[in-house]
Design a binder for this molecule. Structure first.
Ligand SMILES: Cc1ncc(COP(=O)(O)O)c(C=O)c1O
Length: 375
């Protein structure tokens, strides 16, 4: 049988407690949501939904083609201009997803003969970018500027250091200033994924790179998703104009992919404008994270101190994590569950999202449910 090996793999996964299932979410879900990436609670904001609807009415259901053919509308360029301006970079380029943006940035900035230095905790999309790139990759221990320095010293020629700004699993931040200093010493580029920093860190949510004083630096390139704080869908690369022009000409996930859907561009633009008007949303997400962490640790849970809006709670085992998340769900609370292979260190966790729109009572209730359902 052609696909018999799939049954064997499925059985192994089931026995290890690593099976995954889709759970379609009803529009009127009664669950308290601490599982999504809607950090600022903007997905359902009327202005964001109207931004999507208005863009779909004006431009249609799809962008109609790849960006270099018919898929670039004036809405795309408006969004790119405003994203670049907000984050403090010369130029921006939007993609159909953050995943595609990461593949584009890593592959286009790591040509044949170059070195990529990649943090061990990086997101799968950065890892896949390294796998696809023509340059060679050295994976270095997590958040370790000395290891980055050492790796860079092994290579003459173009090099780029690749890292998340805020790591998706534990919610800890990368030492960006130290990474940038290590890069500067060797003339290397720094490419960072601010998926979990945009909208949460930096002045009014301008991101982790802004917070580190590196926005607009000619040697720094940033990627981000429009699907978390901006409550939409899509990805972006921000950087010097010459890097963005290079991506337009060289990045395969830009050239051979249909442009971002107008509704997604319209929603992201509306969210960005809202964030400019209401910068306190970013600080509130950080406040909620700190409160969630304080209450969880006071209740005896092992939780990582959050640097942004992701709060990670250690679970006893993959099966324990799955059961814990399922029991939370039964009790009306949606939480994320990370286990191998999505965790680099093999430790399973509950992953909680500190949404800016959670009330004190909701935070208290969530911590109570997590305590009552602990395996
Ligand atoms: C750190 C990080 N980078 C990139 C992505 C991918 O972005 P997108 O979902 O827009 O493809 C994600 C998750 O979605 C992420 O957590």
């Amino acid at each position: 049988m052609a696909f018999g090996w799939i049954d064997e793999q499925a059985e192994l996964r089931r026995r290890a407690g690593l099976e995954r299932r889709l759970r379609p979410r009803p529009a009127d879900s009664p669950l308290l949501d601490l599982a999504s990436n809607d950090y600022l609670g903007l997905t359902h904001h009327p202005e964001v939904a109207e931004g999507a609807a208005e863009a779909a009415r004006t431009w249609g259901g799809g962008s109609t083609g790849s960006r270099l053919v018919t898929g670039t509308t004036e809405l795309h360029t408006e969004l790119e201009r405003e994203l670049a301006d907000f984050c403090g970079f010369e130029a921006a380029l939007v993609f159909s997803s953050g995943y595609a943006a990461n593949l584009a940035a890593v592959t286009a900035l790591a040509p044949h003969g170059s070195l990529i230095v990649s943090d061990a905790g990086n997101h799968a999309s950065l890892i896949d970018g390294c796998r696809l790139a023509r340059g060679g990759t050295q994976v270095v221990p997590h958040a370790d500027p000395e290891a980055v320095r050492k790796a860079l010293r092994t290579h003459d020629g173009p090099a780029v250091v690749v890292s998340d700004t805020v790591f998706s699993v534990d919610g800890d931040a990368a030492p960006l200033a130290a990474f940038a200093a290590a890069c500067r010493e060797r003339g290397a580029g720094l490419l960072v994924d601010d998926a979990h920093g945009l909208g949460v860190l930096g002045d009014g949510g301008r991101g982790a790179v802004w917070a580190a004083g590196l926005a607009g630096d000619g040697d720094v390139v940033v990627t981000a998703t429009l699907s978390k704080s901006l409550g939409s869908q899509g990805g972006v690369v921000l950087g010097p104009a010459k890097v963005i022009e290079h991506l337009v000409n060289a990045a395969r996930t830009f050239i051979f992919d249909t442009g971002l859907a107008p509704a997604a561009a319209g929603a992201a633009l509306a969210a960005l404008r809202l964030l400019r008007r209401e910068p306190e949303r970013a600080a509130r997400a950080r406040e909620v994270a700190a409160e969630l962490h304080a209450r969880l640790t006071a209740a005896g849970h092992e939780a990582v101190r959050p640097d942004a809006a992701v709060v990670s709670v250690r679970a006893p085992s993959p099966e324990g994590a799955v059961r814990w998340a399922a029991d939370c769900r039964t009790a009306g609370l949606a939480v994320g569950c990370f286990r191998p292979p999505s965790v680099p260190d093999g430790i399973s966790r509950l992953r909680l999202t500190a949404r800016a729109d959670l009330s004190g009572a909701q935070i208290e209730h969530a911590v109570k449910v997590i305590g009552e359902t602990r395996p």
